[in-house]
Ligand binder design. Structure first.
Ligand code: SAM
Length: 224
């Protein structure tokens, strides 16, 4: 299924080039030894998933979260991976096939145009949402689609507070090759994500990770 709402050719081209080796090279981001797996585990925990739940992995890439999600939702649950880049989804599809997961479906779509299915139990996005200019809109759309008490969790990189500008630029250079680093640093998309989640979700929680180089933001739709 395809739901690509508008051309983002440059970003797609970048991730087409990265897709083949993404699973290996991403382990070095933003630096070798960075606790990415521990952060992913923390993000999945923040979803409070139960067996049988339906979860959306927004901008899922090659599906590095799938095993962690499968572990909690089990074969009776459902995972929907959404991504803009066909080549990343092709790797995700390989992963699904190799592992024999029959409860994962993949959708090619722009997060900003994605039509979230109503009543999902959880939405996760890891290391991706700060790349989406309409991130606040994506959070709002997702929040409206959540079931009562459904949860949203966003894990992504950020620039730590009080970081000299040249260090911030160096640190983000390797993870933001498709856009102007200057623009990403200045735009501070994590602030927009924080504000949108605080507005849209109940019991919103913001946690800075790894000396402020990443954040985990989570909350639930709450009772009507
Ligand atoms: C750094 S990768 C992260 C992939 C995965 N979430 C992970 O944790 O490994 C960023 C992903 O976001 C996707 N992406 C970027 N902008 C997007 C958008 N507007 N809509 C959907 N996916 C997008 C890219 O195609 C890429 O697969």
């Amino acid at each position: 299924m395809t739901q690509t709402g508008r051309p983002q050719e440059r970003l797609i081209e970048t991730y087409r080039k990265k897709a083949k080796h993404y699973d290996v090279t991403s382990r070095l981001y933003p630096a070798p030894g960075y606790p990415q797996r521990a952060q992913r585990i923390q993000a999945v925990r923040a979803l409070g998933l139960r067996p049988g739940d339906t979860v959306i992995d927004m901008a899922c890439g090659t599906g590095l979260n799938f095993r962690l999600l499968e572990k909690v939702v089990g074969p009776g649950g459902r995972i929907v991976g959404v991504d803009l880049t066909d080549a990343m989804l092709a790797r995700a599809q390989d992963r699904v096939k190799t592992n024999g997961w029959s409860n994962i479906s993949l959708v090619q779509a722009d997060a900003a145009a994605f039509d979230f299915p109503a009543g999902v139990d959880a939405i996760l996005s890891t290391y991706a949402l700060t790349q989406v200019p309409e991130c606040a809109q994506v959070i709002a759309h997702g929040a409206k689609a959540l079931a009562v008490d459904g949860r949203w969790a966003v894990l992504d990189l950020k620039v730590p507070g009080n970081t000299p500008r040249w260090i911030a630029q160096f640190g983000t250079a390797i993870v933001r090759p498709f856009a102007s680093i200057e623009e990403w640093t200045m735009r501070r998309p994590w602030d927009a994500i924080r504000v949108a989640m605080a507005e849209e979700l109940a019991d919103f929680c913001w946690t800075e990770l790894s000396f402020g180089t990443a954040f985990l933001a989570a909350g639930s739709r709450g009772q009507p």
